[in-house]
Design a protein around this ligand. Sequence first.
Ligand code: HEC
Length: 158
Amino acid sequence: MKKAAISTFCLVIIIIFLGFSPKADMPGPDTQKLWDYITQESPYKDWSFWKDHAGMQPGNAPHGPFHKVYVNEILLNATAVPVPYGSIEVKENYNQDKKFTAITVMYKIKDYNPSAGDWYWVKYSLTGKAGPYGKVQGCIGCHAVKADNDYITIHDIK
Ligand code: HEC
């Protein structure tokens, strides 16, 4: 009887612990796992737009003439730079005819690349084929003009 009670107690503790362990399910720097995360586990289309950059917006090279930028809840709630680990931005890129052409992602991973804001950069095709990805110097070099805004160009965090 007592043993059963202890087992039950332990089980409950484990379940509570698993339930509250923070962001345990977020992917590491892995293009396939990140793709699965943003398309299935936490579909980015269910995320939010920043109020000052909602829906389809005109854009610049190299990303194409139009885009939509979705931000996850962690980033949406950020009020200071650097933004919290786990922040993700998914940018849908559209051509002149507003045809959806590619997806570019910024994902903030603890200790991934401390000299450049710990962002993991990925460009995906519409079917999830990745490249370039990682610590991409091209992405970093251009976004660095906004290093004081944690490399985010379209919305001022602070
Ligand atoms: C030549 C400069 C330049 C390069 C290179 C560049 N970007 Fe950007 N990026 C921008 C600009 C400007 C914006 C603002 C939106 C727009 O104009 O399209 C932006 C916006 C973004 C956004 C939306 C969030 C934000 O506000 O910053 C993401 C995500 C993004 N870029 C990812 C990438 C990735 C991934 C790469 C590399 C594969 C990359 N960018 C390369 C200039 C650049």
